[in-house]
Ligand binder design. Sequence first.
Ligand SMILES: *Cc1c(COP(=O)(O)O)cnc(C)c1O
Length: 227
Amino acid sequence: MTTSDTAVERLQDICARVLAATREAGRPAGSVELVAVSKTFEAHEIRPVLEAGQRVFGENRVQEAMAKWPALRDSYPDIELHLIGPLQSNKAAEAVALFDVIETVDREKIAAALAKEMARQNRRPRLFVQVDIGEEAQKAGIAPNEAVAFVQHCRDGHGLSIEGLMCIPPVDEAPGPFFALLQTIAGEAGVEKLSMGMSGDFERAIPFGATSVRVGSAIFGTRPRPA
Ligand SMILES: *Cc1c(COP(=O)(O)O)cnc(C)c1O
């Protein structure tokens, strides 16, 4: 990545690489969606990417997303916004109101809070369960061996329909086995979607069935401050 590259040029490059990896994996073109992760970037940095046609974005903080996206949505009503960061139950109302997809359902308390808010607001964001695929103490997510039961509990206990699973593999290990494990768990849980793969490893996630990849710095550049 050189400094003369723009976010739009990088977006086009990433789209081409997603398509190439999809074909290489023998999967149909268009079967992997790109979630452009815009956390820490400001509206004026996001607009060119919207103008270039990207509509699906990821943010990791409810507060930050609330400050940026309502105005952008006024200009681009067909934006699809994903929450990819940990959700606190006291932010469930805001999250349900703003996001189209919440990828970080990871515990009973959040499932209960989302169910309550979705009923109250009569709004149904699509939901993913986050799995702590490397069983790392510092990472959010349900443990791999509890994930199938948790998905079932979200359905049967809270009436939530879970569309897929999401994971962030450990940073310093080869990601393939973790992507493979998430794919296996999704099969056991009977969910179709897999959100996995980021700037450094999205091409590795696609052969393991990723249906969306979350790419931030490879599009927007190095983040100005820690996310
Ligand atoms: C920040 C973030 C990403 C994007 O990371 P990059 O390495 O910049 O592509 C993806 N997923 C989650 C959950 C994130 O927090």
